[in-house]
Design a protein around this ligand. Structure first.
Ligand code: AGP
Length: 602
């Protein structure tokens, strides 16, 4: 999963490409490179590692010219290295390409091209593309790109420049995001909107198999059959500022603190002060007897909470599945099932594949996503947008809590459609939902005790999380947050499971963090905690059940809310805990090792 950008216009390209790549680094940062057209000749600069390395190269040997393409890489084929960095060129350097995605048939294509006399320099799948364009080039770059794209299996968002036609950029997408930015003195391509937001808010959202030719004077879009396509300009609603840190040390901390606003924005227009719910655009057939909720990572954890909300309120059976398992698990999809995919980015390859599989099998597909115009958004039958704003940090926070809001609204909507719960109960739930932003704001007012706890546990090798029922799902999300940015080994267990094996892991001093928000089962959890305390564990309780806290060495109080809504406030201090442990260890909060923000490859 990588980030690509391109510019053609009246201004020098290199600087614009670098600032675009800066906004795209969260998509991958193993290496970066640009190719610029200067006096009808292509010059390429690339460097392993983060963008700063490429900037140093360009400080020493600047590239001038006002047409160019750029790339920041998350390695999939070929280790991070200069040789494997994009842009990749054809043999005589007259064609340069940047690519986000995976070419699944690259070996066969490489073999074919080598037999035609082409030689390869890199270990990447991408390098077949410039050679293939070269092979098809007969005086028309767009036509050569179209022919090459026909041969490519897999996913791609491609930007191409060529000294054979030095006054244009050609681009195309399939299963990888790509947008066109319409600037006042030039035009852009980019993997996503923040990359060009400081230059323009007017964009075209490209669909799969749409080709775009950018010149200084305009943009032409055609389909796979070379038929012209007229597109509406999409006006971006969030500001460039919204995708910057706004004074916080890290995007993750900014996004944790943005959650009250994000929750309010997600409720806005859907649930008003009169407790009227407006989700009428989400049609839901009575024939649907089972809902598959499918997602990855944090979105999957939100789905687990969503299942409980939908089953409790709407009495609709749900099954929550990991997208990577579901798509190869031969699921029992039929005319009485529907699928709900959850994806912050709307570009996660496994989740997108499930969406397409479900649609092919005739199922209605609902989607909860945070990115307007994303592939998931455009291909689902019904989309519920979370309005969390751009989430840049790899560790998802505000997307998670707004996904929970989406599920709560969806569950209440279905309960009202099916008349499964007393209206007064639903109204109480809605009323509490409308005040959750204040509950979260209160938690965020002071995180001194969390900071102190983080300093105490930052040196641990293993940290375990426990919970029962919904608190187990919170424990799973808390554990993922901690491990993915602090690199501490962490697992979450249903506390009733300890005796079935995991308790063997408890040694003297092992840190065990438990979450308890439901008074009805707090005594059960407390006895599990006492079992690990008896074996030497250091137990920390994140709890709203303060009647019996003797089991814990330390307590972090949680607010008391309806147990069904409790996962939302409960996760806030645990997000902060992960953040402060990571900063205490001096690791990169927003760009943790080995990870990328959106996994657009399998
Ligand atoms: C969350 O902190 C992780 N970065 C990761 O698990 C993420 O939730 C997962 O990759 C799904 O991404 P999506 O919501 O964009 O589909």
């Amino acid at each position: 999963m990588c980030g690509i950008v391109g510019y053609i216009g009246a201004r020098p390209a290199a600087g614009l490409l670098l600032s675009g790549l800066e906004s795209l680094e969260y998509r991958g940062y193993d290496s970066a490179g640009i190719a610029v057209m200067e006096n009808e000749k292509i010059s390429v600069a690339k460097e392993k590692g983060r963008l700063a390395g490429l900037r140093e190269v360009l400080d020493t040997s600047p590239l001038s010219g006002n047409i160019g393409i750029g790339h920041t890489r998350w390695a999939t084929h070929g280790v991070p290295s200069v040789k494997n960095s994009h842009p990749h060129t054809n043999t005589d350097g007259t064609i340069a390409v940047v690519h986000n995605g995976i070419i699944e048939n690259h070996e066969a294509l490489k073999d074919y091209l080598q037999k035609k006399g082409y030689s390869f320099k890199s270990e990447t799948d991408t390098e077949v593309i410039p050679h293939l364009i070269d092979y098809y080039y007969d005086g028309d770059l767009l036509s050569a790109v179209r022919k090459a794209a026909e041969k490519l299996d897999g996913s791609y968002a491609i930007g191409v420049i060529s000294s054979k036609e030095p006054d244009k950029i050609v681009a195309v997408r399939k299963d990888s995001p790509l947008i066109v930015g319409l600037g006042k003195d030039g035009n852009f391509i980019a993997s996503d909107i923040p990359a060009i937001l400081s230059e323009t808010k007017d964009v075209y959202l490209l669909n799969d198999n749409e080709f775009v030719t950018l010149t200084k004077s305009g943009v032409a879009i055609t389909d796979a059959d070379a038929k012209p396509i007229e597109k509406e300009i999409f006006k971006v609603q969030f500001s460039a500022q919204a995708s910057q840190k706004e004074g916080y040390d890290h995007f993750m901390l900014k996004e944790i603190h943005e959650q009250p606003v994000a929750i309010r924005n997600t409720l806005r227009g859907r649930l008003d002060k009169d407790l009227k719910l407006n989700l009428d655009n989400l049609k839901f057939s009575d024939d649907i007897e089972k809902l598959y909720i499918v997602a990855c990572g944090t979105a999957y954890h939100a789905g687990l909470v969503g299942k409980k909300a939908i089953e409790t309120l709407a009495k609709l059976p749900c099954e929550v599945c990991l997208a990577s398992e579901f798509r190869y698990g031969d699921p029992l999809i039929n005319k009485n099932t529907a699928v709900l995919v959850v994806s912050q980015s709307g570009e996660t390859a496994d989740t997108l594949a499930v969406l397409r599989m479900a649609k092919k099998l005739g199922n209605t597909v609902y989607a909860i996503t945070n990115v307007v115009g994303s592939s998931v958004a455009r291909e689902a039958d019904y989309v519920f947008y979370t309005y969390a704003g751009p989430e840049i940090a790899v560790a998802s926070t505000k997307a998670y809590t707004t996904q929970l809001v989406a599920f709560y609204l969806f569950a209440i909507h279905l309960a009202e459609l099916k008349n499964t719960v007393r209206q007064s109960e639903l109204d109480d739930m809605k009323n509490e939902l409308l005040h959750l932003d204040e509950v979260v704001s209160d938690i965020l007012k002071s995180d001194d005790e969390i900071k102190k706890l983080a300093a105490d546990i930052a040196g641990e090798r293993d940290i375990y999380f426990l919970g029962r029922g919904l608190d187990y799902f919170v424990a799973m999300e808390a554990s993922l947050k901690l491990k993915e940015i602090s690199y501490i080994h962490s697992d979450a267990y249903a506390s009733g499971e300890l005796k079935h094996g995991p308790i063997a892991l408890i040694e003297n001093g092992t840190v065990v963090i438990s979450i308890c928000t439901n008074p009805e089962i707090s005594n059960k959890l407390n006895s599990n905690v006492k079992e690990v305390t008896a074996r030497g564990a250091k137990t920390i309780g994140f709890t709203a059940c303060l009647s019996d806290t003797a089991a814990y060495n330390e307590i972090i109080k949680l607010p008391q809310v309806d147990p069904l809504l409790a996962p939302l406030p409960a996760i806030i201090p645990l997000q902060l805990l992960a953040y402060h442990v990571c900063t205490a260890k001096g690791f990169d909060v927003d760009k943790p090792r080995n990870l990328a923000k959106s996994v657009t490859v399998e």
